[in-house]
Design a protein around this ligand. Structure first.
Ligand SMILES: NC(=O)c1ccc[n+]([C@@H]2O[C@H](COP(=O)([O-])OP(=O)(O)OC[C@H]3O[C@@H](n4cnc5c(N)ncnc54)[C@H](O)[C@@H]3O)[C@@H](O)[C@H]2O)c1
Length: 322
């Protein structure tokens, strides 16, 4: 069976991808994570075709032990320091992820990996100069360390392809939400607050808009890129085109949860809260091959997810609401 490595495998998207791969049962999968922001409980138990290895991609010794020991056919490099506040508070740790690109790509080249899939971000577009944002036309206006580092990662992939023929696909993920996302992120935060009757806090006037892609749509689109040989040596936006303001999101969450929570407006964040973002998503739609799940449907799936509801009540307890 072909072998696949997923880095960031204890994270929201990495763990969902691992589960998606295991559900199809056609590959041997190794998940790698240093548990910086990942959660061990998201990682499936080791089995005949799955193994979890705790290792740091930015440490050449640790990651080369994994990659030389297994010889992978495909690599999904999703490990990264994430979260707007975390990356603003500790920009140096974000820059260290560049070492991870060097390590992973050199090892992919030397072990003849067929294709590397890289989780870039809508943040590479920075403060938007045009809407919707197109993969090859929209200028990359990134300025913050996290966004600049993603841009550097994309540049590494193109350079390794040009020089060594290493094949790649860049996924520019737009806001992706789902039951395993942490409270740091807006959809679970609004939902957990709404479930417990707490105010939903909005920074600024709430007119900043976002798109929301349910995690299953992200996983299916990315897996199809691999299995159907789509977008080889190319970049695609992975996200939903449907825009909501943050104020609309708060109202939708309150309605879907059937909550009595109120919306509270506080001063805008100084940095990192882009006004608008919207992907041009024809490549995503081609990769997915079906309609994306509407926001209301995703919220309902989360409300029906046992692990999410448990996480919601643990979070409420930690915050002293229950
Ligand atoms: N979720 C989104 O909406 C979104 C949007 C844009 C881009 N992305 C990108 O997608 C990827 C996955 O994001 P996520 O939402 O699952 O985040 P996440 O924080 O849940 O997952 C990232 C994982 O990487 C691990 N990690 C961090 N540094 C590591 C290192 N040096 N070595 C090994 N493991 C390490 C963390 O422990 C964590 O489990 C990231 O690269 C992120 O930048 C996500």
């Amino acid at each position: 069976m072909p072998r696949i490595m997923v880095t960031g495998a204890a994270g929201q998207l990495g763990s969902a991808l691992v589960n998606g791969l295991l559900a199809r049962g056609e590959w041997d999968v190794v998940g790698v994570d240093n548990l910086l922001s990942g959660r061990k409980e998201l990682v499936p138990a080791n089995s005949n075709n799955y193994q979890f290895i705790q290792a740091n991609c930015n440490n050449p010794l640790e990651i080369s032990q994994v990659m030389l020991g297994h010889r992978f056919d495909y690599v999904f490099h999703y490990a990264a320091v994430v979260g707007v506040q975390r990356t603003l508070d500790d920009p140096i740790s974000v820059l260290e992820d560049i070492r991870g690109f060097e390590n992973i790509l050199a090892l992919c080249k030397n072990t003849r990996v067929s294709r590397v899939f890289f989780s870039s971000s809508s943040e590479v577009y920075g403060e938007p100069v045009e809407i919707p944002q197109r993969e090859h036309q929209t200028p990359l206006n990134s300025r913050l360390p996290y966004a600049v580092v993603k841009n550097v990662g994309e540049c590494y992939l193109r350079s390794f392809h040009q020089t060594y023929g290493l094949e790649y696909t860049v996924f520019r993920f737009f806001n992706t939400y789902g039951p395993n996302q942490s409270y740091d992120f807006v959809v679970p935060r609004f939902m957990i607050n709404a479930i417990h009757g707490q105010d939903l806090t909005i920074y600024g006037d709430g007119s900043q808009s976002r798109t929301f892609c349910y995690v299953d749509d992200n996983v299916d689109a990315c897996l199809n890129c691999m299995t159907q040989d789509l977008f080889v040596n190319d970049t695609l936006n992975v996200g939903s085109e449907k825009m909501f303001t943050i104020a609309q999101l708060a109202e939708i969450v309150i309605a879907e949860v059937n909550s009595t929570s109120k919306i509270q407006y506080v001063s805008a964040l100084e940095e990192g809260d882009m006004k608008r973002r919207q992907p041009e998503s024809s490549k995503m739609q081609q990769a997915l091959g079906r309609d994306l799940l509407p926001l209301q449907g995703g919220i309902q799936r989360m409300l029906n997810d046992e692990r999410f509801m448990k996480y919601a009540s643990e979070t409420a307890k930690r915050r002293g609401w229950t």
